[in-house]
Write a protein that binds this ligand. Sequence first.
Ligand code: PEP
Ligand code: MG
Length: 566
Amino acid sequence: MILSGKKAAGGVATGRIYVHNINFLIPVEHFTGVGEEQSHLDRYLSVKEEAQQELDRIIANIQKEDPDKALIFIAHKEIVDDIIINEEIPSKIMKEHLSGDWAIYHVYDTFLAALRKTSDSHIAERAVDFDDVRAMLLRLWNGKKNEGLSSLQESVIIAAGELLPTDTANMDKNKVLAVITEKGGITSHTAIIAKSFGIPAVFGVEGLLDIVKQGQFAIVDADEGKVILDPDVDTTVEYNKKQEIFLKNRKENEKWLYKKGQTSCGVKIDIGLNIANTDAELEAADFADYAGLFRTEFLFMGRNDLPEEDEQFDVYRKVLECFDGRPVMLRTLDIGGDKKLSSLEFEQEENPFLGNRALRFCFGHPDIFRTQIRAALRASVYGNLWLMFPMVTSLEDIKKAKIFIDEARKDLKKKKAPFGEIKIGIMIEVPSIALIADKAAFEVDFASIGSNDLCQYLCAADRMNSTVEDYYQSYHPAMFSLLSGIVSSFSKAGKPVSICGELGCDEKAVPALIGLGFRKFSMGYATVASVKKAISSVSLEKCEEIAGKVLGCATASEIKEIFASS
Ligand code: PEP
Ligand code: MG
């Protein structure tokens, strides 16, 4: 059987399917039928028992290697057994006739609300544990086993409804052969991470979870957006060959890693690396002229607490030292949208990508923002720090963010903590700032274009939603017209501008972007070699000719044709 979806990250993989079910469903408020109370109570007691057993297994597995982490699960066991909770839930079921799942949800909710209100930060932090335990109980109520991706037993193809960035960030990358999902846009953060690790990914496979089975053998041909279930012998042989060619090409391309980025006529193009702070990414630092996007939010994700200033300082310092004097564009916390933190409560928003995201979130959480800026400033002593703010929409945003930097500097001076000179920049990923790039250029030292978000906001198409993928047109003529305006504004002001979104590693689009005036492109490690190779085969004259044609186009398909024929 062949399933189709969209290529989110290229490549071919063969292996067994691992079905990953995430997130419990929030139960709807409902009551037990007459006389059903006892069976709901019994089911709650058995779910509770299962939870204890699952926690015992986790504790036994990690006790030796990570005793601190084990303590978290020991605390979870205590919550499962909490006396008051275990009076409340049975009473809600037996006396108020609430269904078991709704009683769990509701009772834990009351506790969570009380914990979150307290001013004692240690007590408030416990809310995360209550939240985790509730999710676990509701998952078990729905008959689902634990499917954490950080401790996979063998190499597998992950099949999921949707993967969140936290899942991807936490998963054991060496054991993931490929990822296939029902939902998720091809420029979602999950897709970007998969791509940066060279993991083939196919998104938007309709009805996937109703079709695939745990352990089923499959071939993922991400280049073609195909998933072949239970392939016959001939197909398997054919794909084994394809995989061999894929790996051979990858090896051959690797020699381009060591070369400089330059056009066939010798124009230097800076190639940057997008990183989320993993050692594997940092190993690739030698192949890049700069780090064009350091996604610091991954340091905050997948954990129950916030990283303290010293911990952040250590990480930023490590990255800066690794780039050894080359610029590191450190992006301040870009949370919200599809990226959430377990350590903080996020308000439910109708449109999270248009909501309290990135810089807006930081303005609303000044302590978190200040701590991060202080850590970055302190680390700047060890390298060449270019600090940048995500999701800037106006000059007021820039001015306000700069005040935070000034305050952080004052704080550090008071504490006699050393800090270095830095450059201050912005991400251009919202049309409102893109359209006044000429004014913004005077307020900052540099800019980096987040083409992924820029495209979603420009085309009004959610990057996470595969249903509207056809509307998410990164080749839309409006994109190129906007990009042309940005690069000319920044060039006039004599300030550098880079592209760190996925368009910047699109081999077909890069010549046109060079023709528009861009000289800096930052990308995940997996595309560095192929982009360098593509650039080396075109002259600046050719790039300018392509750019001229692109600017004259009226539709994305015309632009696509130009790229195909160039
Ligand atoms: C972008 O929006 O293009 C970008 C680089 O940031 P992110 O993908 O992390 O939102
Ligand atoms: Mg962005």
